[in-house]
Design a protein around this ligand. Structure first.
Ligand code: SAH
Ligand code: ZN
Ligand code: ZN
Ligand code: ZN
Ligand code: ZN
Length: 538
């Protein structure tokens, strides 16, 4: 039987057309899998099931764990499909071909050679996103090559590399220096000496800069990331090419051991994991991965420490609170809302030949967005007791002695809920009918018998449910939560996509007017994207 054409595409199409009925794709984790999952270039695939009108279809299939788009990785195999020897061999060859052109060791050797070059010899090809050795110069003659790469620049690869901007698979949202600084200060105040950075290249970078700077800090950092381009800038003990959706180390056992050693050093004392996964990812595979990293850390613990947990900062949007707490009940969401990521104006960057990083704080889109609010939706989820995490009073945070945590000034303690209830930085109001606090823009609707936006159409809130995408209820009343523990995250994304699509349609209409992107910049942008993508997938 033929593979469903673009299986995620189908989901999306349904999402966009806004068709009723919960259809989508769910990831399944069989408790005792009969056979190991087949491999794609990104490591073991995940098992998915298509859901139609809330019912699982019986035939399940394997697809790539990391790529949300079949264009990025087109692996597809029915669970019960038997492949011929020839097809298996072809797949194996394809997987090999997709691996990075250079081995990890080769990258390190090149890096060592590179730093020994004189300043004028240190060149970087922007087109190929690659540090060049003199032998490579000729090949890149026609490319856009920048010279005089300083040691300082080498220490900040995230500024040298173009952020990947493939929306579905891997959009890189880098922290602003201010946000990164906040994190580093926090980690150091909390006394951590080792940070496992999972998908946080800029945090990794800043920690290392501080460790080598004047006012030396003693924090060590190890970066795990799928963006292979980083392997040009780090030795084996500070970067592993890694897929966080299946806990796959692309460089095999040696890399896994680097990670294990890092986690277990000092009997596991002083280490924290900080992660900022792509939002388009599935929460469940991430949770499974993080539990494996936790287990790895635990192996190195002495018996009497069995109660202790690996400290974690999981940076993710606030509307995932419910999902994250399903997997990690001990986690709480901090109220810190000044987490800003740089907004890279790609078009401007092409025009000026450099990267313009705009603080979300200062960016017009954010400032004058629909709501007029400029807070970021990104929060820290952590198992560290929140009373230990002091949020800066200069940025408008105070300590709530009742909740024993720092909250934003707007977030007032509700005596009925006995908690500071706001999630989004605005003051929420208590609704006695709903018996909970609700967003300030909501009013209680007697037809729907819950609170909603004043202009909602009764029976069909226009943003739909965050869990399943249905339009007739909100997340809090989602039947999926009540009936099944396995809440469907893909469907969740369909809902988010629906909302995003509505927004971006609006935005597109606003920005295309009067904006003339010339043809060359379009093609240039495309080929760069493709090249960057080649790197990621190779
Ligand atoms: N705010 C962070 C960057 C977060 S962007 C910082 O400034 O440091 C998300 C990061 O996750 C990117 O670096 C991206 O390369 C990485 N990533 C995306 N998919 C991944 C995967 N499947 N496995 C590991 N890392 C991944
Ligand atoms: Zn893949
Ligand atoms: Zn080149
Ligand atoms: Zn309340
Ligand atoms: Zn109400």
């Amino acid at each position: 039987m033929a593979a469903p054409r673009g299986w995620l595409g189908t989901v999306e199409a349904e999402g966009i057309s806004g068709r009723q009925g919960s259809s989508g794709v769910e990831v399944v984790f069989p408790s005792d899998p009969a056979t190991p999952a087949p491999l794609c270039p990104h490591g073991p695939t995940l098992l998915f099931v298509k859901v139609n009108q809330g019912k699982e279809e019986t035939r399940r299939f394997y697809a790539c764990s990391a790529c949300r788009d079949r264009k990025d990785c087109n692996f597809f195999q029915w669970e019960d499909e038997k492949l011929s020897g020839a097809r298996l061999a072809a797949r194996e060859a394809h997987n090999q071909k997709c691996q990075p052109p250079l081995s990890r060791t080769q990258c390190v050797e090149r890096y060592v050679k590179f730093i020994e070059l004189s300043l004028s010899q240190r060149k970087f090809c922007q087109g190929c996103q690659q540090l060049l050795l003199p032998d490579d110069w000729e090949k890149h003659q026609e490319h856009r090559v920048v010279g005089d790469i300083s040691i300082t620049q080498l220490k900040r690869p995230s500024q040298l590399l173009y952020p990947l901007e493939n929306k579905k698979t891997n959009a890189q949202y880098l922290f602003t220096d201010r946000s990164c600084q906040f994190l580093v200060d926090l980690l150091s105040t909390l006394g951590f000496t080792r940070v496992l950075c999972v998908g946080t290249p800029r945090l990794h970078e800043l920690i290392r800069l501080k460790a080598s700077g004047e006012k030396k800090s003693n924090i060590k950092s190890l970066l795990l990331d799928i963006d292979f381009r980083y392997s040009q800038f780090y030795m084996e003990d500070s970067f592993c090419h890694y897929n966080m959706f299946n806990h796959h180390f692309f460089d095999g056992k040696a890399a896994l051991e680097v990670c294990r050693t890092f986690l277990q050093e000092d009997k596991g004392e002083g280490v924290i994991m900080v992660t900022d996964p792509p939002f388009g990812g599935l929460v469940e595979p991430l949770a499974v991965t993080f539990k494996k990293l936790i287990a790895m850390w635990k192996e190195g613990q002495s018996q009497d420490n069995s109660q202790k947990e690996l400290p974690i900062f999981w940076i993710f949007p606030y509307f995932f609170e419910f999902r994250i707490r399903q997997f990690f009940p001990s986690f709480c969401m901090l109220d810190y809302q000044h987490f800003h990521r740089t907004f890279i104006c790609v078009d401007e960057a092409m025009k000026y030949g450099c990267m313009l990083e705009v603080d979300y704080d200062n960016h017009a889109l954010y400032k004058h967005g629909k709501t007029g609010r400029k807070q970021s939706p990104v929060r820290i989820f952590t198992n560290i007791p929140p009373n230990k995490i002091i949020l800066p009073s200069e940025e408008g945070y105070r300590f709530c002695p009742l909740c024993q945590r720092y909250v934003s000034l707007e977030n007032q303690h509700c005596e009925h809920c006995n908690s500071c209830t706001s999630k989004d930085g605005r003051k929420w109001n208590h609704c006695f009918l709903c018996k909970k606090c609700v967003k300030p823009s909501w009013i209680h609707c007697s037809i729907c018998s819950h609170c909603a936006l004043p202009d909602h159409s009764c029976g069909a809130p226009k943003d739909g449910c965050f869990i399943c995408g249905e339009l007739d209820h909100k997340r809090s009343t989602c039947p999926k939560i009540a009936t099944s523990k396995k809440v469907n995250n893909t469907l969740f994304f369909r809902a988010v996509r629906k909302q995003k699509q509505r927004k971006s349609n609006k935005m597109k209409m606003g920005t295309t007017k009067g904006q003339s992107m010339n043809h060359t910049s379009v093609t240039r942008k495309k080929s760069r994207r493709e090249r960057a993508h080649q790197y990621l997938c190779s």
